[in-house]
Design a binder for this molecule. Structure first.
Ligand SMILES: [Zn+2]
Length: 327
């Protein structure tokens, strides 16, 4: 079993979040630290728990805990990345500096157990030059790609023409990129619906602006099984058919198969839909540990109960990740 979606919060990063005067931030001292990721109005519209945050413990930063978790679910290899909010809250020059520091640290953490831990870097996504520079730098390290938020890059939506150098750089470097959500923009139910629709929207922007037509070799992994893409792709195609002008030559769904998807959808009907839509060669097992929403049992169960062939299951559990990340 290979887990391609699991997070680590090095203590350096936690200290950085503690210095931040406003949300996102971490408050309190060990062992009573609390993580405030979203403004209370989003996570808790009634403000009942204002400023309370989510308690965090060593499962966020300790390699021992990560390895224990992996043993529990028989995960041989984990591809660890920094989690939400990444570097989005820093100014451009600070984020350039911290991307280097944290990427070096994640690389060093993985080095300690390189038989079982691999890393994805983070990107200073509020500065395009720094992002391009850091992609090049990561390519020279033992990191296997990077993670980024999918809603915006440098304050621009992903179909913005100004981002062409970013796609061009990714295409040239054959750099693998994982896309996750930052805000869960919905004012309610951000984790269940907001995150998933943020991914759906970002992926549709990438496809409908022709990014894959110009750069067919991009390796982009969509978190949470692509949100609602497998379900809505027919509707997206129908809308494209009547769109003028059409920015792409084939229906959007044909390019949506270019993405890779994690298998974090928690039940087999959604997993079956994703496999039928994108093929088993595009799905990879993930857990989203250490977040509260993580339920590895459910994700494993969904794959096993989906009536897939043994070969398809193996692709999702290990073989696709081995191939993509050259493990
Ligand atoms: Zn995640």
């Amino acid at each position: 079993l290979i887990d391609i979606h699991t997070h680590i919060y090095p203590r350096t990063y936690i200290e950085l979040l503690k210095q931040n005067g406003c949300i996102p931030r971490i408050t309190g001292e060990k062992p009573h630290e609390k993580f405030l990721i979203f403004p209370p109005s989003i996570i808790d519209p009634l403000n009942k728990n204002r400023d309370k945050g989510v308690p965090i413990g060593p499962e966020f930063w300790s390699l021992e805990h990560k390895l224990e978790f992996m043993d529990k679910y028989k995960i041989q290899v984990s591809l660890m990345s920094l989690g939400n909010p990444w570097l989005s809250f820093l100014n451009p020059s600070e984020s350039r500096k911290w991307a280097r520091i944290l990427n070096d640290e994640i690389e060093q953490l993985c080095e300690k157990r390189k038989d079982r831990l691999l890393g994805l870097g983070c990107l200073p996504t509020n500065c395009l030059d720094a992002t391009l520079e850091e992609i090049e730098r990561i390519c020279k390290t033992n990191l296997h790609g990077a993670i980024m938020e999918c809603r915006m890059l440098c304050g621009k939506k992903l179909d913005n023409k100004d981002l062409e150098p970013f796609w061009d750089k990714l295409n040239k470097t054959h750099f693998g990129i994982g896309m996750e959500e930052l805000t869960g923009y919905s004012s309610a139910l951000p984790l269940s619906l907001g995150f998933a629709f943020e991914t759906t929207l970002a992926a549709t922007r990438i496809v409908c602006s022709g990014v894959f037509e110009r750069y067919p070799n991009l390796k982009i992994i969509l978190a949470h099984s692509g949100g609602a893409l497998p379900f809505l792709s027919g509707r997206i195609d129908a809308a494209w058919k009547i769109a003028h002008p059409k920015l792409i030559n084939s229906p959007p769904s044909s390019y949506m198969k270019y993405f890779f998807y994690d298998s974090i959808c928690y039940h087999s009907p959604a997993l079956i839909a994703t496999v039928r839509f994108a093929s088993a060669s595009k799905l990879m097992f993930g857990t989203d540990h250490p977040f509260g929403i993580s339920q590895p049992d459910k994700n494993i169960e969904a794959i096993i109960e989906s009536n897939l062939t043994k070969k398809e299951q193996n692709l999702i559990f290990t073989d696709n990740a081995k191939k993509l990340f050259e493990i």
